[in-house]
Write a protein of this length. Structure first.
Length: 336
């Protein structure tokens, strides 16, 4: 060492990946641990790349509050998709790409969407377990979601975990609240979600994959029962006695209303095909594609999501969300 020069010791960071403890771990070490479900490792990755993420957000959004919101959005999307990363050396670019997409979506006044495969490819898969295995969330993210209040949980599930992400206006109409309330709930949910993930990082988590598989089976069984004329029998078993259809906060009809609606669609030749299911403690979302008869191609929208509020494990409230761009000014029946 030359006279007058000095070196500063590198900060010493330890992280456990499986049974191995790494000192000053690389992105590859942290990524491997995060993909194994370690929240602290994922947090370390975010901190390591936060400056680059914020720089992208500020360059596009132009002000700090909006940029921070975009970074939070991107962090939750990355949380969901971290298992998809195969090349650790591209992690920083991947995170910045998510931030960039989130910013652009915000500038278009629509909520940023999570990158997902073409849903048309999923329809061809007949085994619900294959679909759930491919798209199920890690147990720890769902444990964190379960720490939210019911209203925040529903909002964040619609925003971040529904394959067909609704706009703020659609979410407001669906939940029966002002658009401003949707936005404020998302801000609060993001903050609480991060806090909850930290608080549950070292706890035992529910087997959410098994719950999602079971919910997928129930969705397929529900559609099959309807086509076999057993919809009323099945709903009597799996829905609460007071189960009802809601438009926003308004109660539109009871279980019989939904049974008649399903029967009417089947008589008209409309069929539903299961796409995906996401579930938490008291909220379940089933995504369906709809096929209209050739002689009535506009009878129903091309896709629908069943947003269900659960009570003691049974469906208690049902709301329907149609694919973006579909005319939905008419009062829907049970499936259209």
């Amino acid at each position: 060492m030359r006279q007058g020069s000095y070196s500063v010791p590198a900060e010493r960071t330890l992280v456990r990946v499986g049974s191995v403890v790494y000192e000053n771990p690389s992105d590859a070490d942290l990524l491997r641990s995060a993909q194994d479900g370690d929240t602290a490792s994922f947090g370390a990755l975010l901190e390591r790349h936060r400056a680059g993420m914020r720089a992208v957000a500020l360059s596009i959004m132009g002000n700090q509050p909006d940029a921070e919101d975009a970074v939070q959005d991107a962090s939750l999307i990355a949380f969901r998709r971290v298992g998809d990363v195969r090349q650790p050396e591209s992690l920083g670019a991947w995170l910045r790409m998510i931030v960039r997409n989130s910013c652009r979506s915000r500038l278009r006044s629509t909520p940023p969407t999570t990158p997902i495969p073409d849903l048309s490819l999923l329809v061809a898969e007949t085994d619900p377990e294959q679909i759930i295995d491919r798209h199920a969330m890690r147990d720890w993210i769902w444990q964190a979601i379960d720490e939210l209040s019911p209203t925040l949980r529903m909002t964040v599930m619609l925003r971040h975990f529904s394959p067909r992400t609704p706009s703020y206006d659609q979410m407001a109409a669906l939940c029966g609240i002002p658009v401003g309330t949707v936005r404020s709930r998302l801000v609060e949910a993001r903050k609480k979600l991060v806090e909850a993930m930290v608080s549950t990082a070292d706890s035992m988590h529910a087997d959410v994959l098994a719950a999602s598989r079971e919910s997928a089976r129930e969705a397929v069984e529900t559609l099959a029962a309807a086509e076999q004329g057993r919809f009323a029998e099945l709903t009597a078993e799996r829905w609460t006695p007071d189960a009802a259809y809601y438009a926003g906060r308004q109660r539109v009809g009871d279980r019989n209303f939904l049974i008649r609606g399903m029967a009417g669609d089947l008589e008209a030749g409309v069929r539903q095909h299961f796409v995906s299911a996401v579930t938490s403690r008291d909220t379940t979302i089933w995504e369906m594609d709809m096929v209209n008869p050739p002689d009535a191609p506009d009878h129903c929208p091309p896709a629908v999501a069943w947003l269900m509020t659960m009570k003691d494990g049974r469906m208690d409230q049902l709301r329907l969300f149609h694919a973006p761009g579909v005319r939905d000014s008419r009062t829907p029946n049970a499936q259209a």
